[in-house]
Design a binder for this molecule. Structure first.
Ligand code: 4NP
Length: 168
């Protein structure tokens, strides 16, 4: 069976999407699914390309046992839409930006908003950007992304559909 390929996308690729990548990878390892689902992350912006995740993202992730160590890269519409089956934007702006970069309806159909997979955090239109805030923002992001990871696994197991698969 071909691997399912999931790309998490935020603005800078140093806070939310590397946390999402680390959390999802751990969940897959725990379930013995690392060989069947490939996970990566990217940013719509290129300011932090090549950097390790923000120190706060690494610390808040590590406090729950996640290794948050991917190097930032910028989303490339010419290769990433083909390389991934699901392109999951963290917030409404990320999803809008991904739509604006899509080259085809096939590309657009791959775009989802992370919170469409949340079961426990209703009322959040997106995973809030923690970059300019404090510790509580990072804790909320980790809480939400743990919820998102479980929701995606249920979705992939065929149990549920994303509540909003398209549209910001
Ligand atoms: P992220 O957070 O999109 O979750 O990685 C941000 C990181 C950097 C910036 C903004 C948001 N920045 O403006 O540099």
């Amino acid at each position: 069976m071909d691997k399912t390929r999931i790309l998490f996308v935020c603005l800078g690729n140093i806070c939310r999407s590397p946390l999402a990548e680390a959390i999802m990878k751990r969940r897959l390892e725990e379930r013995g699914l690392s060989g069947t689902i490939l996970v990566d992350s990217a940013g719509t912006g290129g300011w932090h390309v090549g950097e390790l995740p923000d120190e706060r993202a690494r610390r808040h992730g590590a406090s729950r046992g996640y290794t948050v160590d991917s190097r930032a890269r910028q989303f490339d519409p010419d290769t990433d839409f083909d390389a991934f089956d699901m392109v999951i934007g963290m917030d409404e702006q990320n999803v809008r930006d991904l739509y604006s970069m899509a080259n085809s309806e096939r590309d657009r159909e791959k775009v989802h908003r992370a919170t469409a997979f949340c079961r426990c955090h209703p009322g959040h239109a997106g995973v809030p950007d923690p970059y300019f805030g404090g510790s509580s923002g990072f804790e909320l992001v980790v809480d939400m992304l743990e919820d998102v990871a479980e929701g995606i696994l249920e979705h992939l197991a065929g149990k549920v559909s994303p509540s909003v698969s398209h549209g910001a």
